[in-house]
Design a protein around this ligand. Structure first.
Ligand SMILES: *Cc1c(COP(=O)(O)O)cnc(C)c1O
Length: 522
């Protein structure tokens, strides 16, 4: 073969590696994206995905009685099947594909090393009923994960059992109740939650049979006077706990958190921390140091285990020494036996609230979580928090002239934590809705932020530490272009999204009356 063939040299890229810079932010067009026909519609009778070897045994007819109706299966080649599912998959929105600044959800990148660890054959082939002696490696990982969470929270004992944040809230409230019942104070049935609490907080209280009362927030911070008033009004002897999120859903670190804890403790109650926002304070502040008695983590948010479509996640809970005896069973423990380190499951905890999850908890997720924490190390975790906070403040600063921010006042020392809230009043006054803005972002291939929460008509933006400055700038540019479009031609906003597979869906009907069966034509 001669060198006259014009193959590209390997050091010469065949395609330009840099995309042309987009100067103006006209709405990108992506051409038509027709709906994908179902695999049944693609079926071509006679096509096969595999060739089976010729039979080397005698054939037998299967009796009619056990044969039943022959299922009508699609017939396609392997490549067609692969492409069909790949194309469907491309229609999903994911962190892997695009920016996903969904406030409070911490949609950060899930490093592939987590998947590598979780896919080790020594882990995936384990059976939950195996002898402890055979699963020492897994138990060691779980024990170390437990220790990581104890160190990060500053609290002495962690249970890895709860399966999600909300489940952690529920288990922790059970723990608090068990503690008070055990200490002759079964009358403590009221839980105070802030008026900007995540919906799961009051829901968990209801599930536990606790009454919820709301404490006001002022300027995004817990209103201490209102907290004092509530404790007086309901009687300190009736208060079981305060549930608080810090940094909170207004995107603020509650600067009076120590006073809040003092008031709660003076009432003889427990301070519960909703740890969904740990991303902002990892390695910077230990919740125990600001008065937390018990808390949950969301591994699928802060610790980068995947969370799509509601699971699986994991919601370990950390408790102070008073509450620790009531944590769920079993507890993974480490002992020295005959000069050997042995890991085991301890079921002998007479005060425990009992079992909240099958077997060891969400093992696959916890292995990913261990990997993430081990890979980051203490400095890496601090860096996560610092970068997440920096990114949120950078974006807030870029957007605040067009998008009003009720809680972001850096000149007075009110910085954003890892997320910020905007209430774009002057844009909305031009006759557009918040939904118009959210839907237009889809045209820029950006997932809309959280809406209408923690205050009405707001967008809550959480960029996370894993996004580059280029992506943050692209988001800011898109938001500013949307603001400009609203000022120029507010009516056109009702058309958004114009370049998505589907336009405006009836979201309530989609949630309440989902059509889960496919009607085949013909
Ligand atoms: C996500 C979240 C929860 C609930 O956690 P899940 O793991 O989704 O059950 C609770 N509180 C806050 C503030 C959250 O953001």
């Amino acid at each position: 073969m001669t060198s006259s063939m014009s193959l590209p040299r390997l050091d010469e890229p065949m395609m330009p590696t840099t995309k042309p810079t987009v100067k103006t932010y006209a709405i990108p067009t992506r051409g038509d994206r027709p709906t994908v026909p179902s695999i049944f519609e693609k079926s071509q009778p006679g096509l096969r995905g595999v060739d089976l070897p010729a039979l080397d045994v005698p054939t037998h007819e299967i009796p009619e009685a056990i044969l039943g109706e022959t299922p009508d299966l699609p017939e396609l080649g392997q490549l067609q099947v692969a492409r069909h599912y790949s194309h469907l998959c491309e229609r999903n929105f994911s962190v892997d594909a695009n920016f996903y600044p969904l406030g409070s959800c911490t949609m950060k990148y899930n490093p592939r090393i987590n998947e590598f660890a979780a896919a080790q054959s020594g882990l995936i082939n384990l059976h939950p009923m195996q002898d402890e002696a055979d699963v020492q490696g897994l138990l060691q990982i779980l024990f170390e994960t437990r220790r990581f969470f104890e160190v990060i929270s500053g609290l002495p004992e962690v249970s890895l059992q709860p399966a999600a944040g909300a489940h952690g809230e529920f288990a922790a409230l059970k723990v608090i109740r068990a503690y008070f019942t055990d200490h002759g104070q079964p009358g403590r049935h009221i839980v105070i939650a802030t008026d900007n609490a995540h919906g799961t907080n009051p829901a968990s209280c209801m599930m536990c049979g606790a009454a919820v009362v709301k404490v006001k927030t002022a300027g995004g911070y817990t209103d201490l006077d209102d907290l004092r008033r509530l404790i007086d009004e309901h009687g300190s002897e009736n208060i079981a706990a305060l549930m608080i999120t810090n940094p909170n859903t207004a995107g603020l670190f509650d600067t009076c958190i120590s006073e809040v804890a003092q008031l709660v403790h003076d009432a003889g109650a427990m301070m519960y921390l909703d740890g969904a926002n740990m991303n902002a304070i990892l390695g910077k502040v230990r919740p125990a140091d600001f008065g937390t008695d018990i808390m949950h983590y969301n591994t699928h948010k802060t610790f980068s285990t995947p969370h799509g479509c509601g699971g699986p996640g994991s919601g370990p809970i950390a408790a102070c020494s008073k509450l620790a005896p009531y944590l769920p069973v079993p507890q993974v423990v480490k002992q020295e036996r005959d000069g050997h380190t042995v890991y085991s499951l301890d079921w002998d905890r007479p005060k425990s609230i009992g079992k909240v999850r099958s077997f060891f908890g969400q093992v696959g997720v916890l292995v990913r979580c261990w990997t993430y924490i081990a890979a980051c190390g203490p400095d890496g975790l601090r860096n996560v928090a610092e970068t997440a906070v920096l990114s949120a403040n950078y974006l807030a600063a870029r957007l605040r002239n067009e998008f009003e921010m009720p809680f972001f006042h850096p000149e007075d020392g009110h910085f954003a934590a890892h997320e910020f809230v905007t209430v774009p009043k002057s844009l909305l006054a031009r006759g557009v809705t918040l939904l118009d803005i959210a839907k237009r972002l889809i045209d820029y291939d950006i997932h809309p932020p959280t809406m209408h929460w923690p205050v009405h008509d707001c967008l809550m933006v959480e960029p996370t530490e894993t996004e580059s400055k280029e992506t943050l700038d692209r988001f800011a540019d898109a938001m500013l272009a949307i603001a400009e479009q609203i000022k120029r031609d507010a009516e056109s906003m009702a058309q958004a999204p114009e370049h998505a597979v589907v336009r405006r869906l009836d979201e309530v009907a989609a949630a309440r009356k989902p059509v889960l069966a496919y009607e085949r034509s013909g």
